[in-house]
Design a protein around this ligand. Structure first.
Ligand code: G1P
Length: 289
């Protein structure tokens, strides 16, 4: 049994950067090649040994729930048309009944608040958080790398990567005590600092392993950057209470939370697919760039 059994997927955001697409479609259902963003992160969590999948949703997100449920009409139609491979594939990735849970974040009060909404479903054990905006291409899934690091270090472990200094105001940024090139020991965390005040350029990506004590800090509901209850601020207050590391995970990270990153991810993921890559390559090489 994996030590990290539960994962929280905050999917309550409004997705305003993708309007008008996200007026009626949840941002997490936007597709990279032919599967929604949320599909990739749930698969990543499964590959890291996660057994229980906790979604923090909001109004208008029922498509996310439907995606992880059986679709009788569709399945019957596929069966009657003899599309057995498609039917088999639909069943293969469906999480087992009773392993998917939903709770709602009633108001958009911030990522910290969204995670806090899952406190009763997580209970008193370390857990993972995956933000579906961020995808990582690598043979060893990003969360699996974090779980392996956590097995060695214990405590909190964050997926981290270096960003250009000009972009520190888009991310949570680490202050570090030691750095062996892979694992860094965290001495401070600050949410979206201006480049000139950022303690480093090492940023938090959307992968976390957190100790359950985080809920105590989140319950104080202190507001931070952007007047929101920030997960980063609650994590910062845990520093010193136990091991706290960042892991420079291996892989190509894609921020799909903005239109440019989303388009690039579609190309990068398309190029990894045997069924898509040849014609995509041909199309790209023929572009008048
Ligand atoms: C959130 C976190 C931030 C982190 C980022 C990664 O920010 O608050 O610390 O670096 O995700 O994508 P958001 O993108 O929700 O503004």
């Amino acid at each position: 049994m994996s030590v990290i059994r539960k994962a929280v997927f905050p999917v309550a955001g409004l997705g305003t950067r993708f309007l008008p697409a996200t007026k009626s479609i949840p941002k997490e259902m936007l597709t990279i090649v032919d599967r929604p963003l949320i599909h990739y992160v749930v698969e990543e969590a499964k590959a890291a040994g996660i057994e229980e999948f906790i979604f923090v949703t909001s109004r208008g997100k029922s498509a996310v729930e439907d995606h992880f449920d059986q679709a009788y009409e569709l399945e019957n139609t596929l069966e009657s048309r003899g599309k057995i491979d498609a039917l088999k594939e639909l069943h293969e990735w469906l999480p087992e009944a009773g392993t998917v849970m939903y709770t709602r974040q009633p108001a958009p009060l911030g990522l910290g608040h969204a995670v806090w909404c899952a406190r009763h479903l997580v209970g008193d054990e370390p857990f993972a958080v995956l933000l579906p905006d961020e995808l990582v291409l690598n043979d060893v899934p990003c969360l699996k790398q974090l779980v392996d690091a956590h097995t060695k270090t214990g405590g909190n472990v964050l997926g981290v990567f270096d960003v250009p200094r000009a972009e520190t105001n888009r991310y949570g940024i680490l202050d570090v005590i030691s750095d062996d090139g892979s694992l860094v020991e965290v001495s401070g965390l600050v949410e979206k600092p201006d480049p000139e005040r950022a303690p480093s350029t090492l940023s938090i990506t959307g992968r976390y392993i957190l100790m359950p004590e985080i809920f105590g800090y989140l319950s104080e509901q202190q507001k931070g950057a952007g007047d929101e209850i920030q997960l980063t601020d609650a994590m910062a207050r845990m520093i010193g209470n136990g091991p706290f590391h960042g892991l420079r995970f291996k892989g190509e990270r894609h921020d799909c939370g903005n239109v440019n990153g989303f388009l690039r991810a579609n190309i990068a993921f398309g190029l990894t697919r045997e069924d898509v890559a040849p014609s995509l390559k041909e199309f790209l090489s023929g572009l008048p760039l």
